[in-house]
Design a protein around this ligand. Structure first.
Ligand code: DAH
Length: 349
């Protein structure tokens, strides 16, 4: 039996020398030291031995166990663990089981990729920053809104097409999902006396058929400035300054006469197409210009609705589309990309 034990130790050494991975080393270890392993098979025979033999073999067996354990440790040290350990970034597991029962403290931790803000949130943050520099406060209003704030107080007549069911999401009790952030102008003017200088970013909702340019939810930023002697000149200055900071000095801006119920006079504002340098492309419909916002001088009826004296105060308002600005800046041609949550798209920003 003594000889058997010595043989066992030599065999174990040989087997360990041949083992090339943690898994193989572990297999060798269990074949000798495991519950059904070779050493245990010998130990089982100990009870039938004479007392002296028992003591001798018992001692030897214990020594053997310690030595095989030590050989196992050494065999592991000889392995090149860097190639042995599964690479964390490949998404494989690194539990003690996977590494053959060994927990290697020196392994790098599981690294999770950093996230970042959604491109739309980034644009909103940047626009907020620019208007804050121009002295505007940031205000917010509810997305579920009363008809009064979305239409009536904004001088939108009952028969206006935007009030139709197919242009606005109606809820019960004269509530609706706001179709514009102009609602926030009214809420702020109700609460504050002039001077007012604010922007209001937020989501708006319209039952449009979804396509490359339309989504049923998108983001707007409303702007409002009211004081004594505010003129169209101030509107032009503020919007031109914004455009120069957001798009750069080379971008031109133009004002086209237009109509909005809450402003008079009103304008639609275009910038020279940043995608094609105003040479003409599909984004600007080969005109060299892209519409980015609506604006105008606040209609006296709106001031009356909020209790401001239209003889004393004047003001301008504007509303811009956040998705549109983001698309122009990065040359994105489909609004749906913002809402599909596709990491391959989002990770580019
Ligand atoms: N609320 C308008 C819209 O959703 C945008 C707008 C145009 C806002 C002109 C304004 C404005 O404040 O003066 O289309």
């Amino acid at each position: 039996m003594q000889e058997q034990l010595v043989d066992l130790q030599n065999q174990a050494k040989n087997d360990l020398a041949k083992a090339k991975s943690l898994k193989e080393i572990e297999e060798v270890r269990t074949s000798y030291l495991g519950r059904k392993g070779a050493l245990n098979n010998i130990m089982k025979r100990i009870p039938g031995l004479s007392p002296e033999q028992k003591a001798l073999i018992g001692k030897l067996a214990n020594k053997l166990k310690v030595e095989i354990d030590r050989d196992v440790e050494e065999a592991i040290k000889r392995l090149d663990l860097t190639s042995e350990v599964p690479l964390v970034m490949k998404g494989e597991k690194t539990t003690a089981q996977d590494t053959g029962g060994v927990f290697d403290l020196t392994l790098p931790g599981k690294r999770k990729p950093y996230g970042h803000l959604h491109p739309i949130t980034q644009t909103i943050n940047e626009i907020k920053r620019i208007f804050c520099m121009l002295g505007f406060a940031v205000e917010y209003g509810p997305e579920v809104e009363q008809e009064y704030y979305n239409f009536d107080a904004l001088n939108v007549p009952q028969e206006h097409p935007s009030r139709e069911d197919f242009d606005t999401f109606y809820l019960d009790n004269k509530l609706l999902l706001r179709s514009q952030t102009s609602t926030v102008q009214i809420r702020i003017m109700e609460k504050k006396k002039p001077p007012v200088r604010m922007i209001a970013p937020g989501k708006v909702f319209r039952p449009d058929t979804v396509d490359a340019r339309h989504a049923s939810m998108f983001h707007q930023i409303e702007g409002l400035m009211v004081d004594e002697e505010v003129s169209f000149r101030d509107l032009k200055f503020v919007l031109t300054s914004f455009s120069e900071i957001y798009f750069g000095q080379d971008i031109k801006m133009r004002f086209r006469p237009s109509f909005f119920p809450f402003t008079e006079p009103s304008a639609e504002v275009d910038i020279s197409c940043s995608i094609c340098n105003a040479k003409g492309c599909s984004v600007c419909s080969y005109s060299g210009w892209v519409e980015v916002l609506g604006a105008g001088m606040v209609d006296p009826n709106v001031f009356e609705a909020v209790g401001y004296d239209p003889e004393k105060y004047t003001g301008f308002a504007f509303g811009l589309g956040v998705e549109r600005l983001t698309m122009l800046r990065y040359g994105i041609d489909d609004i749906r990309l913002f809402f599909e949550n596709d990491i391959r798209f989002l990770s580019q920003f």
